[in-house]
Design a protein around this ligand. Structure first.
Ligand code: ADP
Length: 481
């Protein structure tokens, strides 16, 4: 299936804008071009911001119920079109069709959730310090916002930002990853079709991300930027945000530890380790990157994990029965190879996998490395691929120390039947998301986000909309006169 030629969505128009050239979207399973998109320029970005700023006040003044309706109808439409959207996602990103369909539903769930939150943006009244005054708190949208999103969840990383922005009454400009622009442009179409006013949303894609981002960061009218991507780029954006004191939400890299204690339900721990590791071919910021297993069950865990990982069918995600798709680009394969070679050279045991498949497509077989130690790259850098690195540990104290020994703090997982330990570790593990006997904790109604160098702010949940609202305090005097 050739998807054809797309246009950017700038200020409510489908247009080539100022773009002088197009770029190709390539299917990572076949290396074939599936679509072309105009290569948006900084002038296009400026036009999108101008239009958003022009309609911002009007959008802020719409009724919450009306904004909620648009979000709900967009979610309904996404679900109705799930098959088509999933195919497009598989073709641009690689994840198998069933997973892509799952992501479309997951993405729609953020629109549903924030449709409800839109109508619950409550203020406060505060007991007064003077009989003649009344103290009130109201909440108002922060204004024009921008989102810069990655390729690994081409729809969900957008709705997780766009849902609360629109619910709060903010306009938004989205710059999706140049690797997966099609899902983003399809979402813009859906929002237009359910009646989102022109200019409230722009989606534009270009290959020069730093130049496009700079226009956003330099413009004082953009009051908030939400970014999901690497810690490296997040730091650049945080520095740039300082000049106009923008609010930022940053969902950055992770290096998730996955702890399995000897008292755990072993089958459940293995099954969850596989799901947690292999969702999106291991290309997620919450993928288990270091699997620590307590010594008495270590070898049994390794064998069971290897059995499951070794039996996963790898291939083009459009084919029936495939559960592991390609990685996003050749550089991703190179990184995985580098991590595996480094680990094996330093004494890791390759239990299963460890092979890049021949072209076409950027495939790597599900891999289990046992006897990993902390001198190896894989325990420090995010692998972003289908490699499970397993390390032994003896005591709880040791496991906590290992788990926390990283600049990252996004997600951590632990498996145990000891309820005291469940609470101890929830408090001691320095992570924003804790999966206690749960390898897939993400859901729209829960706060997603990290501590340390994994980011600032939270997405989803009642906390997610707060990121798009300014608190205003009104002191009303003259009550008694
Ligand atoms: P990933 O490793 O997930 O691709 P990146 O941080 O490289 O993470 O990319 C996430 C998003 O940030 C993408 O939309 C990408 O185009 C954009 N991006 C990459 N480099 C920069 C930069 N220097 N400034 C702003 N945005 C960038």
């Amino acid at each position: 299936m050739e998807l054809g030629t797309y246009q950017n969505y700038i200020g409510g128009e489908w247009t080539n804008g100022f773009a002088k050239e197009t770029f190709d979207v390539v299917n990572p399973a076949t290396e074939q071009v599936v679509a072309t998109v105009p290569n948006a320029t900084p002038e296009d970005m400026q036009a999108a911001i101008d239009k958003a700023a022009a309609v911002q006040d009007e959008w802020a003044d719409t009724l919450a119920g009306d904004r909620a309706r648009i979000l709900r109808e967009a979610a309904v439409k996404m679900r109705a079109e799930a098959d088509r959207l999933a195919r497009i996602m598989t073709m641009e990103e690689g994840k198998p069709l069933a997973e892509a369909r799952g992501e479309v539903n997951y993405a729609a769930s953020f629109l549903d959730w924030f449709a409800e939150e839109a109508t619950r943006v409550y203020g406060d009244t505060i007991p007064s310090s003077s009989p003649d005054k009344r103290l009130l708190v109201i909440k108002r949208p922060v204004g024009v916002t921008a989102a810069i999103t990655p390729w690994n969840f081409p729809a969900a990383m957008i709705t997780r930002k766009l849902g609360p922005a629109l619910a709060a009454g903010c306009t938004m400009i989205i710059k999706p990853s140049e690797l997966t622009p099609l899902s983003a442009l399809e979402l813009a179409r859906i929002l237009e079709e359910v009646g989102l006013p022109k200019g409230v949303l722009s989606v534009l894609v270009g290959t020069d991300a730093p130049a496009l981002a700079k226009v956003i960061m330099d413009d004082i009218r953009v009051r908030k930027v939400s970014f999901t991507g690497s810690t490296e780029v997040g730091k650049i954006l945080m520095r740039q945000a300082a000049d106009t004191v923008k609010r930022v939400s940053m969902e950055l890299g992770g290096h998730a530890p996955f702890l399995v204690f000897a008292d755990a339900d072993l089958e459940a721990a293995v099954a969850n380790a596989v799901s947690c590791k292999m969702r999106g071919m291991g290309e997620t910021c919450v993928s288990a990157n270091r699997i620590y297993v307590q010594r008495p069950i270590y070898e049994e865990f390794v064998q069971k994990l290897a059995e499951r990982m070794g039996s996963m069918r790898v291939g083009n995600g459009l084919e029936d029965g495939v559960i592991v798709g390609p990685l996003i680009e050749p550089a991703a394969i190179e990184k995985v190879k580098r991590h595996v070679a480094d680990a094996v050279a330093k004494g890791a045991r390759l239990v299963v996998g460890g092979e890049a498949k021949p072209a076409p497509g950027w495939f790597y077989t599900p891999t289990v490395l046992a006897d990993v130690n902390h001198s190896m790259l894989i325990t420090k850098e995010e692998t972003f691929g289908p490699v499970a690195a397993v390390l032994p540990f003896d005591t709880e104290e040791e496991a906590v120390r290992y788990a926390n020994d990283t600049p990252y703090g996004l997600a951590a997982y632990y498996f145990t039947r000891d309820v005291g330990r469940v609470f101890r570790l929830a408090e001691r593990l320095q992570y924003g998301i804790l999966g206690a006997n749960d390898g897939i904790p993400s859901t729209a109604q829960a706060p997603f986000g990290g501590v340390k160098e994994s980011g600032v702010g939270r997405e989803g949940s009642k906390y997610g909309i707060a990121e798009y609202l300014d608190i205003k305090y009104v002191s009303l005097g003259g009550i008694l006169s």
